[in-house]
Design a protein around this ligand. Structure first.
Ligand code: ZN
Length: 587
């Protein structure tokens, strides 16, 4: 972003967050701000605010915040550049040409490399080196036609790709960038069946690979993520399934690569798989354009069920209708078709559960529903899942069903649902891991900096002595100043990728500018700096202790670490001594 940063500044000055947000939610004027029902969490009274003066938004219900760019990134689940481009188009602003071209070139380069590599491994599969792999695939009922359709390949033992690159004098660095050669300059995939991963546009964006020998771990290996390949936005099989999803009216989620292949060669072509067990919001955004119905087909064993339950809420929240088809324990679609044939599978799919039946069935295996206490747990759990459905009428229908099945009065369930919807997200907020939480001295200091710029110069004196988060803020402020830009929440947010910090800054930004009295500022500043220096020293000492322990275990000399720890302790004590005599300030 470096060379184009100035453009971003000019760009932001011309963007109107109210216009951007209005495309998604109905804003109502409320004093200096606009308010609305939050599009990021279900609620009945508005806690989502947009401040046109500062060009930021913040939801006091779920805590999310940011500027126009972050809003679009979050709501559309897109990258920074995509968001900027959409806004630019909408506002008729021409910017970021250079970055655009640069990112496009990079993408094109990687696509070419992936195409090249897929072809190379495909040829190897049919060569003398690919015999075992080819046999394995034939055994799984994949014939040559299918193998070529799915572009399957084989990477034998050794550095076949590397040798090819050297032989053809290609740029090795490009292949490292594509994740196909590792940092030691070796082939990433060895002795593995190669499965190219396509996006919806039928471009190869990445690779997965299966070990050919059962004892080799991990059984499945993907390339590292890069600008093309983002696991949480990739769906295996989507390129082949796309048209079938549209025509059949629903998408089937299976668990693995070979499940997808098995389904497709058996004519169940609307099947796809996430990369891993989690179905993400980005996956659902891709699907939303094709269908609003999802069928989860999975192994009826414990991990399968757990993954299914985990994905439920996400899918419901996005407004999908969901059906669940649980295979007998120990069976994946691949094995099921082999033993019972594809007709039985169709039969199974036709008799799939809706999620209320599924949740009742799963929970009644864990809990004793005849016991009032346990029944209450189960019912509440299911109402919680129902609370994710955005549509009120649908919610009601499922509630009615639950009420009948579990023999609980509908009014009781309605009351509980109401409560869940109103408070649900707040409790989620408290679950954020403590290590991600903003240290209160960090928060106060940032608030002070945004209030009064004179403390910026003062803080520069303490560089290198403060916590990582604050050091990052200082660096960003310095960059903004260098480029002649103002230090304000909007610009700070643009430069940050730390979500906690973005949300925090937007919440501070919503306040009035003069929250601190003049004589209090100085004391707050000094107290915060002291706390942060202490915190930084403690973190360093902790890291050194860890390193020392590692060396101890390995029987290595750890004198340097020990000396450094002692030195830091002395510093820490000096800091604390200076604090003596003053009242202890708690943050
Ligand atoms: Zn919210």
């Amino acid at each position: 972003m470096e060379e184009d940063s100035l453009n971003i500044g000019q760009f932001l000055e011309r963007v109107d967050i109210v216009e951007v947000v209005s495309d998604y939610v109905k804003l109502k004027k409320s004093g200096k701000n606009f308010k609305a029902l939050c599009p990021f969490h279900p609620e009945k009274t508005p806690s989502f605010f947009v401040n046109p003066e500062k060009q930021i938004f913040h939801c006091f219900g779920c805590g999310i915040g940011g500027n126009a760019i972050k809003f679009l990134m979050n709501i559309e689940k897109i990258s920074f550049y995509e968001a900027v481009n959409i806004i630019a188009k909408k506002m008729g602003i021409e910017i970021l040409k250079r970055t655009d071209i640069k990112e496009n070139l990079e993408r094109k380069k990687l696509l070419k490399i992936n195409e090249y590599t897929a072809n190379f491994y495909n040829r190897l599969l049919f060569s003398q080196y690919g015999k075992i792999a080819l046999e394995y695939l034939y055994k799984r009922n994949l014939n040559d036609e299918y193998i070529n359709k799915f572009m399957l390949g084989f990477a034998p033992k050794g550095n076949f790709l590397l040798n090819k690159i050297e032989e053809e004098k290609l740029n090795k660095d490009d292949f490292i960038l594509a994740g196909l050669i590792d940092e030691d300059g070796e082939d990433v995939f060895k002795n593995r069946i190669i499965l190219p991963i396509y996006n919806i546009k039928n471009e190869i964006i990445g690779f997965g690979a299966r070990a050919i020998e059962e004892q080799i771990l991990p059984k499945y290996l993907n390339i590292k993520e890069n600008i093309l390949f983002n696991k949480s936005a990739s769906l295996y099989g989507i390129n082949w399934a796309k048209e079938f999803i549209k025509s059949s009216g629903f998408a089937i989620f299976v668990e693995g690569y070979f499940d997808v292949l098995k389904m497709h060669i058996n004519g169940i072509c609307n099947s796809i798989a996430p990369m891993g067990t989690a179905i993400t919001e980005m996956h659902l955004n891709i699907l939303k354009k094709l269908t609003d119905k999802i069928l989860l087909l999975f192994d009826g064993d414990d991990p399968g069920i757990r993954a299914g339950m985990r994905n439920l809420e996400n899918i419901l929240r996005k407004g999908f209708e969901i059906k669940i088809c649980m295979l007998p324990a120990g069976f994946d679609p691949d094995k099921f078709i082999d033993e019972y044939g594809v007709k039985s599978l169709h039969n199974f799919i036709e008799h799939s559960y809706d999620f209320v039946d599924f949740a009742i069935s799963v929970n009644s295996q864990i809990y004793d529903i005849k016991n009032p206490k346990e029944k209450s747990i189960v019912v509440k759990e299911i109402v919680k899942i129902i609370s994710n459905i955005p549509d009120e009428i649908e919610r009601y229908e499922f509630l009615k069903k639950l009420s009948e099945k579990m023999e609980v009065k509908l009014e009781i369930l309605e009351d509980y649902l109401e409560k869940k919807i109103n408070e649900g997200y707040k409790s989620n907020l408290n679950k954020i891991e403590p290590k991600n939480q903003i240290f209160s001295a960090e928060g106060l200091l940032i608030e002070l900096l945004l209030n009064d710029k004179k403390y910026l110069e003062k803080i520069f004196e303490y560089r290198g002595q403060l916590t990582d988060r604050i050091e990052k803020i200082i660096l960003i402020c310095e960059n903004l100043l260098k480029r002649g830009l103002e230090i304000n929440p909007n610009f700070l947010i643009t430069e940050l990728d730390d979500e906690e910090l973005i949300n925090f800054i937007s919440s501070v930004g919503m306040k009035d500018n003069n929250t601190f009295s003049e004589n209090k500022k100085e004391r707050i500043f000094n107290d915060c700096i002291k706390k942060l220096r202490e915190k930084k020293l403690l973190v360093e000492i902790d890291n050194l202790k860890k390193r020392m322990n590692e060396k101890m275990v390995k029987g290595q000399n750890y004198n340097d670490e020990l000396k450094e720890i002692q030195r830091l302790h002395t510093q820490l004590n000096q800091l604390k001594r200076r604090e003596n005599g003053k009242e202890e300030k708690k943050f």
